[in-house]
Design a protein around this ligand. Structure first.
Ligand code: ADP
Length: 417
């Protein structure tokens, strides 16, 4: 059974076709600069080669049309016929409070997605465009929406309500939503498999540390708090995003630098974080190199990041009343041994004892803690596409088999009746 997974950004489209028997992608690719000059598609063929197509790609409909052509291209396509695609899973950034889990897309879901545009004006419109394009070009193939926010809908009001007049929550939906939910959910389920314990009994802290970074406290498989908020700008210092600030700083900078709302928004999202502090790069690899060469501001950016992550770990261990597993995932979390070591330093008071030798790994699913570490430290490469495909298969297959439930092992769908 094959699932097409689509991730539509404002000017990009990432896709994979996943074979659900092996759980591996059989082809994947990326369309860049949609609606801009110099648009192109890079397609990984079934033969593990790359095909680059440079052509005008006006909009998401055109992009998806081009992708579908590549999937069935006679010379290198991974599929003989588009009908081999059992269902399509879409990553949708914002589901607001309407969606606490993935859903099969129908007319009422489309209406609800449109209602969420106000909350994610940059992200949701391309998601909707991608869904519409698929409906047009692959009518009859079921489509599922998988939301970045859904996993965090289990948070309690004490975690998600801000110290603002309550009417602003009621009127405008201003609250903490949290993001990276698909990733936090995937790695927490894998952690339970690795630790050979039921997810329902575990207290986990998941650190998704990439260009965008967030941390989640997950008790019994449910998100109870997370560092990103109303938008993905909150929480940790990130590649180019400021992370949490005294809110008064925002108005102060707007006055001093004479910035309007859009300019300030752009500033906080693209010119701050590790880039702003280091003055060198938003890429943690570049910053680590510069810090090793003695650049003080690069070192300061790393120190702030480590300090922020440690603070959240301490806070979330307190909120959950302990921690059984600390998970590192995404670009920095999966690959940077030095950052993992710095974050775990002097954390034995929480039972966190990293084994520096085991920690010498990149991108592997492995326990890197000392044998006597009460809290297990795990490196788990995230796989949001697989999680989207699993949710998509579960929902569509369940519908097909008239509500017969799939077999679930440790929360990850393994096989179907
Ligand atoms: P996103 O999906 O948010 O763009 P990723 O999860 O791909 O982010 O992570 C990108 C970040 O991971 C970059 O800052 C990059 O420098 C960092 N990264 C990747 N590999 C390494 C490494 N070996 N050491 C340190 N940082 C790394």
């Amino acid at each position: 059974m094959k699932i097409l997974v689509l991730n539509c950004g404002s000017s990009s489209l990432k896709y994979q076709v996943i074979d659900m028997d092996t759980r591996n992608p059989i082809t994947k690719g990326l369309v860049e600069r949609i609606g801009l000059q110099g648009s192109e598609l890079t397609h990984g063929t079934a033969l593990q080669e790359k095909v680059v197509i440079k052509t005008e790609i006006k909009n998401h409909t055109k992009a998806i049309e081009l992708v579908l052509e590549q999937l069935v291209a006679p010379e290198y396509g991974a599929l003989k016929d588009l009908n081999e695609i059992y269902a399509i899973g879409h990553r949708v950034v914002h589901g607001g409070e309407k969606f606490a889990k993935s859903v099969i897309i129908d007319a009422s879901v489309m209406r609800a997605l449109k209602d969420c545009i106000e909350l994610a004006p940059l992200h949701n419109p391309p998601n909707i465009a991608g869904i519409k394009a698929c409906q047009k070009m692959m009518p009859g193939i079921p489509q599922v929406a998988v939301f970045d926010t859904a996993f965090h809908q289990t948070m309690q009001p004490s975690s998600y309500i801000y110290g603002l007049p309550y009417e602003y929550y009621e009127k405008y939906g201003i609250r903490k939503y949290g993001f990276h939910g698909t990733s936090h959910k995937y790695v927490s389920q894998r952690a339970a498999v690795l630790l050979k314990k039921p997810l329902g009994e575990l207290k986990l802290i998941s650190c998704h540390l990439g260009n965008g970074a967030s941390i989640a406290a997950i008790r019994g498989g449910r998100s109870i708090d997370t560092s990103m908020g109303f938008t993905p700008l909150d929480g940790l210092l990130m590649g180019t995003r400021s992370g949490a600030l005294d809110p008064a700083v925002v108005t102060y900078i707007m006055c001093r630098e004479n910035l309007d709302v859009d300019q300030m928004n752009d500033f906080l999202n693209t010119k701050c974080g590790a880039l702003g502090v280091s003055g060198i790069s938003s890429d943690f690899r570049d910053i680590e190199v510069a810090a090793k060469q003695g650049n003080n501001r690069a070192q300061l950016a790393l120190d702030i990041f480590v300090h922020d992550v440690k603070q959240y770990i301490g806070a979330y261990a307190t909120v959950m009343g302990g921690v059984d597993g600390l998970i590192f995932t995404a670009g920095v979390g999966e690959n940077s041994m030095s950052m993992r070591a710095a974050i775990c330093k002097n954390m034995s008071y929480l039972g966190i004892n990293l084994d520096l030798e085991k920690n010498e790994v990149r991108g592997e699913e492995v326990d890197v803690s000392k044998t006597n570490s009460h809290c297990r430290v795990l490196v788990i490469p995230t796989n949001e596409e697989l999680m989207i495909a699993l949710d998509t298969l579960e929902l569509t297959h369940r519908k097909d088999t008239m509500h017969r439930a799939p077999t679930i092992h440790h929360g990850l769908v393994k096989s179907f009746p």
